[in-house]
Design a binder for this molecule. Structure first.
Ligand code: ZN
Length: 258
């Protein structure tokens, strides 16, 4: 039965990619906590926020420790934020999706790292209304590495660097950072270099539409602030552009002969 053996192999590979994703996800949680505080991401062992209990290795197994401890500290029973397992599971799921779409390729590795950077950026921006240069710098570095592997597409990619970032920069200057910040501009520049101008234009439109709809709902029903952090929505737009939206983008711009 070759078919079922193949299916088994794909399943095992998927589980391994997911496990790798949740390990990276737990590192993302450290970044989310320590980047805004200006702390080193490799400094000290994690500990309980309430009682100071230093987590042992068996408390630090991504996703599974949280489930096993039912979201509480082993020592004092304090609730552990659900953010940790959610970020880990999300990162694992996105890695599986990216590998499913792009296969065993350098693009899969780069897009996975992009997704992780966007997760960190989104959570920090949502909480602090700030996008850190280190975060955007990492995405820019990914963009340059990707460019090195796709020199034949350099025109599309370099246009991507400016296609959205320049119009956004004008909006930031005109509105004195009222609607968006420089962090959003750098994000769309760096991500634009990585994914190309068609995808980044799509990402902007998708991000703005989703941002408007979701934010209005959050303001109406959850009493959210009028001020809107764009980072999470732009990130979502970028992720849609390189995953489920990719076929649509190619089809649409194909109609325009672009
Ligand atoms: Zn504790």
């Amino acid at each position: 039965m070759i078919a079922s053996e193949e299916l088994m192999a794909i399943l095992i590979l998927g589980i391994m990619i997911f496990l790798f994703g949740i390990v990276i996800g737990s590192f993302l949680n450290v970044c989310i906590l320590r980047l805004p505080a200006g702390e080193s991401v490799a400094k000290e062992r994690s500990h309980c926020m309430k009682c100071g209990y230093t987590l042992a290795w068996y408390d630090l197994i991504p996703l599974f420790s949280y489930l096993f401890l039912r979201g509480r500290c082993r020592k004092c029973g304090e609730h552990i934020s659900a953010q940790y397992p959610i970020i880990e599971a999300l990162n694992g799921a996105v890695y599986v999706l990216v590998f499913y779409l792009y296969g065993w390729s350098i693009d899969s590795a780069i897009y996975c790292l992009l997704a992780s950077a966007l997760i960190v950026l989104s959570v920090i921006d949502f909480r602090t209304q700030e996008i850190f240069l280190a975060n955007n710098g990492f995405i820019l570095a990914l963009g340059l590495i990707h460019l090195g592997f796709h020199l034949g597409d350099w025109v599309t990619l370099v246009i991507g660097l400016f296609a959205v970032s320049i119009p956004l920069a004008l909006i930031v200057i005109i509105t004195h950072e009222g609607a968006m910040g420089w962090g959003d501009v750098f994000l769309m520049g760096a991500a634009g270099l990585l994914i190309g101008w068609k995808q980044i234009v799509f990402a902007l439109i998708a991000g703005c539409v989703l941002g408007s709809v979701i934010h209005i709902i959050r303001m109406r029903f959850f009493g959210a602030d009028r001020k809107l952090a764009m980072g999470p929505y732009l990130s979502l737009g970028i992720m849609i552009a390189i995953t489920v939206g990719r076929g649509f983008v190619d089809w649409y711009f194909g109609l325009l002969h672009l």
